[in-house]
Design a protein around this ligand. Structure first.
Ligand SMILES: Nc1nc2c(ncn2[C@@H]2O[C@H](COP(=O)(O)OP(=O)(O)OP(=O)(O)O)[C@@H](O)[C@H]2O)c(=O)[nH]1
Length: 289
């Protein structure tokens, strides 16, 4: 019997969705950052094993539609809900259980769910046991699984539970598919990840990245990308004194991209100022949201 299905990961910002997806897929697909709301898109990873195929997607953190951008993110959460066969509800084990369960209740799930208590490395065994008891009492999840996505603990057990809930069916994608997002998109995400790492405060939230050129040359891949910010001052910060910051950003991003595509990369970065791109529907469309 062959099993196949779509599995979506839901959870508050910072619960560890991207880290979990990466732990499962084993490649750097989703971007990781200690800051919230880094995942704006659905990123799908595919695992194919003898006997089953799982198509994963990591949804944006669940948040209030304060900006237009956030509304689009909520749209992504809803559409992920509708096409899932199994829902993974993930929470930070240190976060309030009541609050998270309330949130998961509000999703009105119609698909089987697994409740994941992440970051168990932060809790004592006693606290974890107590939390497990309370979580099981919720009764709306088929099973409760404690994990540490960062330390890759509990992942095997989680996978067994997921496979058990998958419907019977043929594979959706060819065997060697890792993701259905284009390399261009992943490259833009890698650059964005570095912006999150290097710059403080509001800069990452006012920034988007578009890859404008992606060209396979004989010995290297030439990539040009635009970093879009909302204000001149932000452009100044990203460039840094005599371009020091953007050079650092470029070097770090290039190293990651080279590792990912396994080719030498020539990376060209430009910073552009476009006021209020976050509230502008046209821009949002142009940038793929
Ligand atoms: N201690 C500990 N930290 C973790 C664990 N899993 C994730 N983290 C950390 O929690 C932070 C958030 O992880 P992400 O995977 O980016 O969380 P996310 O849910 O995808 O966040 P958004 O993209 O904002 O929705 C990062 O600093 C991770 O390193 C874990 O098992 N243990």
């Amino acid at each position: 019997m062959h099993k196949a299905g779509f599995v979506n990961i839901f959870g508050k910002p910072n619960a560890g969705k991207s880290t979990l997806l990466n732990a499962i897929i084993g490649e750097k697909l989703a971007i990781i950052s200690p800051k919230v709301q880094t995942t704006r898109h659905r990123i799908t990873g595919v695992i194919t094993e003898p006997g089953y195929q799982i198509v994963f997607s990591d949804t944006p953190g669940i948040i209030d539609p304060k900006y237009k951008l956030h509304e689009k993110m909520m749209g992504a959460v809803k559409s992920a809900l509708e096409d899932a066969d199994v829902a993974l509800l993930i929470m930070d084990a240190k976060d309030s259980l009541e609050e998270n369960l309330e949130l998961f209740d509000s999703l009105r799930l119609k698909v089987p769910a697994i409740l994941i208590l992440n970051k168990m490395d932060n809790l004592s065994k006693e606290d974890m046991d107590t939390l497990m008891e309370k979580a099981k009492a919720w009764g709306k999840a088929k099973v409760v699984v404690p994990i540490s996505a960062r330390q890759k603990k509990g992942i095997k057990e989680l996978m067994q539970e997921i496979v058990a809930l998958l419907p019977e069916g043929n594979a959706f994608y060819p065997d060697d598919t890792l993701t259905d997002k284009s390399t261009r998109f992943l490259v833009a995400e890698m650059i964005r990840e570095k912006i999150f790492q290097l710059f403080e405060e509001e800069i990452p939230y006012h920034t988007t990245v578009i890859v404008t050129q992606y060209q396979e040359k004989e010995t290297l891949t030439k990539i040009a990308a635009e970093i879009i910010v909302t204000r001149e001052t932000q452009k100044g910060i990203i460039l840094g004194e005599k371009g020091k910051s953007i050079r650092e950003l470029g070097t770090l991003a290039r190293q990651d991209i080279e590792k990912f595509i396994e080719r030498k990369v020539f990376l060209e970065l430009h910073v552009k100022v476009r006021g209020k791109w976050r509230d502008n529907d046209l821009y949002l469309k142009e940038y793929g949201y």
